[in-house]
Design a protein around this ligand. Structure first.
Ligand SMILES: NC(=O)c1ccc[n+]([C@@H]2O[C@H](COP(=O)([O-])OP(=O)(O)OC[C@H]3O[C@@H](n4cnc5c(N)ncnc54)[C@H](OP(=O)(O)O)[C@@H]3O)[C@@H](O)[C@H]2O)c1
Length: 332
């Protein structure tokens, strides 16, 4: 395998039908860019499932290779500070959206998208975190910057067994928070092993529709699902607390009144990993390689081959994956 003949999961659109298969590709098929990277590992995120099934909010151009994450070795670079042989992470921005992504054994990207693999993280570790883990870390970073502290009371994580949720539980526990994990799965043992102090059902947090406010319980919330569950989080956060919002697997709607904001001073903190500025991106990755690198990172992730991706794309869209899924791009 070399850059003139490599494999990539390719999604095609024919007569409105989306199909996917592993195809032979060449670097000539890749977009123009500053840095050519041989991808050794990628990871599966919910957004990849959307890209692989024709979601126009994510991808408009087909044929296309999804994969919003990739880690590997630089093979060619016209950027002075990035050299052949460097180990790098590329994630977010437009990778895997309308730029061919990490489910190909090679990617070519602008230099601004390239982050050096931090010391202390292996390539597998980096993808065990991946965009979902980075988003979880960015969510925790925002709560901490807002001044939320462990002694102020429990924090809630929703969609807790998913990629963002499971890493958020782990990092918050590492920061000393009393974490309450809400999950729709039978995942209590898994979540307790990540450091959650209590596991509650999805139904318990999908309540209170129609009520302006509910009893305050949490100092902060990391919400990964949106919809009524995000509204519940806002209605049940203690005065001056904060709620992060990154996802829409439950719904893109937010059925809420202004009262949590004007009667309790709740802050709603949006989290966008895709356009996170490079300096903050590097800072958060450094934290993930340092104080936020938890012992069970490897057990949080399931490693699959490129050939198994097809099945796992269906699973993540059905909300049936647990923790993180990393893709060994050499294993086909
Ligand atoms: N803003 C950003 O920069 C950014 C970056 C990464 C991801 N995201 C978004 O964050 C969300 C989570 O991503 P992910 O990678 O963690 O996905 P994931 O691994 O599929 O996890 C999502 C979890 O949400 C729960 N869930 C699934 N369907 C649900 C439903 N209908 N109602 C309520 N809960 C449901 C499930 O957890 P339980 O079974 O434990 O409840 C599922 O495991 C997605 O919407 C994704 O697009 C945003």
């Amino acid at each position: 395998m070399d850059s003139s003949n490599f494999r990539a999961l390719t999604v095609r659109k024919d007569n409105g039908i989306f199909t996917r298969a592993i195809e032979q590709r060449s670097s000539n098929d890749l977009p123009a860019g500053d840095v050519l990277v041989r991808v050794l590992y990628s990871s599966l995120n919910y957004k990849d499932g959307l890209s692989a099934t024709g979601n126009r909010g994510v991808t408009r151009r087909y044929p296309h290779t999804p994969g919003i994450d990739g880690v590997g070795i630089v093979e060619e670079s016209i950027a002075g500070h990035i050299c052949k042989g460097d180990e790098v992470i590329v994630s977010c921005y437009d990778l895997g959206m309308n730029t061919d992504g990490g489910f190909g054994q090679y990617i070519r990207v602008p230099q601004e998208w390239v982050v050096p693999l931090p010391e202390g993280l292996s390539m597998q570790d980096a993808m065990a975190f991946g965009t979902a883990g980075f988003t979880a870390a960015l969510s925790v970073h925002k709560l901490l910057c807002h001044g939320i502290k462990p002694e102020q009371g429990p924090v809630l994580v929703t969609g807790a067994s998913g990629g963002v949720g499971s890493v958020a539980v782990s990092i918050l526990a590492r920061e000393g928070f009393h974490v309450v994990a809400a999950s729709g799965k039978d995942a209590a043992d898994f979540l307790l092993s990540l450091g959650a102090r209590k596991v509650i059902s999805r139904e318990a947090v999908n309540t209170g529709a129609g009520k302006a406010m509910l009893r305050a319980k949490w100092s902060g919330v990391v919400d990964t699902v949106g919809g009524n569950i995000l509204a519940y989080g806002l209605k049940t956060t203690k005065p001056c607390g904060a709620v992060t919002c990154c996802g829409n697997v439950a719904s893109g709607d937010l059925p809420i009144t202004v009262y949590p904001f004007i009667l309790r001073g709740i802050a709603l903190l949006g989290v966008d990993s895709a356009e996170c500025p490079l300096e903050l991106r590097k800072q958060v990755w450094q934290a993930m390689a340092g104080q936020w690198k938890f012992d069970h990172l490897a057990t949080l992730a399931t490693e699959i081959s490129l050939a198994e991706l097809d099945t796992y794309i269906d699973l993540i869209l059905a909300g049936k994956t647990r923790g993180r899924v990393i893709v060994n791009m050499q294993d086909i």
